[in-house]
Design a binder for this molecule. Structure first.
Ligand SMILES: [Zn+2]
Length: 169
């Protein structure tokens, strides 16, 4: 650490680690251990701000410092990370991951009445809940049945953009 530069406070380090899931923030890397990189160089900003810091593994950090990963890409990784970890709940993130793992997947069955857990995905237009006729699943067993959670075209596009570090929009 250069002389005169204060350490990154522990609480801020913890926020950054939680944001990135304690792994390198680059979605195609996700390695450990991680360290902290200033997206705009510390020499320019002279501060440790959450918005300007990102958790990276040493390899990605070095690649960023060398310019193999440029500033705009890194800013986009940070934005996408914030959007995903800040906005969507664990079930929503798992659903996105499930769709991202195999882009031919069309639908997840969820218990009717659990659609609230996917509220931000549906509000943002990334997914929609589609009703299913009672014959589609358990008829007459007293349960309230199942509905389908489908990615919209916008949702498919958002997953593609996150994986490629392009703006989500
Ligand atoms: Zn990495």
């Amino acid at each position: 650490m250069p002389q005169g530069r204060p350490a990154i406070p522990m609480s801020l380090q913890r926020q950054l680690l939680v944001e990135a899931g304690h792994r390198c923030a680059i979605p195609t890397c996700r390695s450990t251990p991680v360290e902290f990189a200033h997206i705009r160089p510390y020499a320019q900003v002279r501060a440790h701000a959450f918005e300007n810091l990102i958790a990276l593994c040493p390899t990605c950090h070095t690649r960023f410092d060398r310019g193999d990963i440029d500033f705009r890409s890194m800013r986009q990784y940070k934005l996408n990370l914030g959007l995903l970890s800040g906005r969507y709940g664990p079930l929503e993130l798992q659903a996105l991951q499930w769709f991202a793992d195999d882009t031919t997947r069309q639908e997840i069955g969820i218990p009717r009445g659990l659609d609230w857990a996917f509220g931000n995905l549906t509000r943002d237009g990334l997914a929609e809940v589609v009703d299913r006729p009672p014959t589609w699943d358990s008829v007459g067993d007293g349960s309230s049945g199942t509905v389908g959670l489908c990615l919209t075209a916008r949702g498919h596009d958002a997953i593609r953009r996150v994986l490629k570090a392009e703006p989500i929009g």
